[in-house]
Design a protein around this ligand. Structure first.
Ligand SMILES: Cc1cc2nc3c(=O)[nH]c(=O)nc-3n(C[C@H](O)[C@H](O)[C@H](O)COP(=O)(O)O)c2cc1C
Ligand SMILES: Nc1ncnc2c1ncn2[C@@H]1O[C@H](COP(=O)(O)OP(=O)(O)O)[C@@H](O)[C@H]1O
Length: 302
């Protein structure tokens, strides 16, 4: 695509691309369509806190690849990922507007929240942006306090919900099922010995938020087929595990899927991870989990 085409641009982290974000993005897509412009999201990565405070503990709802895919699925045609470096953080508000929004992107219309701050030390606000709009010939669309308030959702609330295992609450805020993406790797090869083979999922993005330890009903698509399963996140105390793993036993499934890339959706939390007497006791619990999971899955089609 010609990067000089005229754009409607919105700016933000958009972590989660939740129902609040979706409302703004719909406006951006509609405005672009009406004016014959290209709808664009300018997003920053890594997260400013990862760079400015060197904060490695921050966890995001989406990897940058997942964020791009979600934004595109909503009709955003170009996602411009700006590497958030110290140099970028030091751009003055005017240089940022002129160099990036105007010269680089050719933004004709900029959509931002009433409380958005930008430029070095977040010194400029929407009033400043409107002044630059006259200077550089673009329009500004302000998302009002009321519009933002109408959506009581925030990325922080979703992170908090997932950190306490409340996936159904998180899913209702997201407007889709929270998911992780990862590769199937070898585990201890114990699963098959208790008739519950488990695909061990390796999530490479260290900044991706993983829901709290416990057992969940999950869904995936493997070779174009919907497959349900039950996932455990935890350290496997029954077998004296030391490291945290993410593993899924898929139902009605019997295939070697080592190295497969899977997207796995979280549907419901079943219980906490526990230490059992022995593998036999764990196996009995897994049979109960499977019954509980199947009962839940049946309610989905009812
Ligand atoms: C749905 C599910 C629930 C599980 N719950 C527990 C649990 O509560 N406690 C535990 O120690 N391990 C639990 N496990 C993990 C098993 O210990 C693990 O699957 C087994 O050790 C096999 O590991 P492997 O796949 O690395 O061979 C669970 C696994 C699954 C799939
Ligand atoms: N129903 C199933 N759910 C998950 N994995 C399965 C299933 N059936 C076969 N497999 C395969 O078996 C592997 C898991 O076997 P397991 O004995 O638990 O070994 P590992 O410890 O390497 O995960 C999976 O990675 C997958 O390739």
């Amino acid at each position: 695509m010609n990067s000089k085409s005229e754009k409607v641009t919105t700016i933000g982290t958009y972590d989660g691309v939740h129902i609040g974000h979706q409302k703004i993005l719909k406006q951006v897509v509609a405005l672009a369509k009406k004016q014959g412009y290209v709808p664009v999201v300018l997003t920053l990565f890594p997260h400013p806190r990862m760079v400015l405070q060197k904060d490695d503990s921050i966890k995001l709802l989406n990897t940058i690849e997942e964020r791009i895919e979600l934004l595109k699925s909503l009709g955003i045609e170009e996602v411009v990922v700006k590497k958030f470096t110290k140099d970028f953080a030091n751009l003055s508000a005017q240089d940022y507007v002129k160099q990036i929004l105007v010269d680089e992107l050719n933004s004709k219309h900029i959509v931002i929240g009433y409380d958005h701050h930008f430029g070095k030390n977040r010194s400029a606000n929407i009033t400043d942006l409107k002044a630059f709009a006259n200077l550089y010939d673009f329009k500004v669309e302000e998302i009002s306090a009321q519009d933002l308030k109408d959506v009581t959702v925030s990325s922080t609330k979703i992170r908090t919900a997932l950190n306490s295992g409340e996936v159904d609450l998180a899913n209702s805020y997201l407007g889709y099922n929270f998911f992780i993406t990862g590769t199937v790797v070898k585990g201890k090869e114990l699963g098959r010995t208790i008739d519950f083979p488990t695909a061990n999922i390796n999530v490479t993005a260290t900044y991706k938020l993983i829901p709290s330890d416990g057992v969940y009903v999950v869904k995936s698509i493997i070779e174009n087929k919907i497959v349900f399963g039950m996932m455990n996140i935890g350290t496997n105390p029954t077998v004296d595990g030391k490291t945290r793993s993410i593993e899924v036993h898929f139902f009605n499934f019997n295939q070697d899927i080592y190295n497969a890339e899977l997207k796995i959706e979280f549907l419901k939390r079943l219980r906490s991870e526990q230490k059992y007497e022995n593998l036999e006791a764990l196996k009995m619990q897994l049979q109960k989990d499977m019954t509980n999971a199947s009962n839940y899955i049946q309610t989905l089609n009812a």
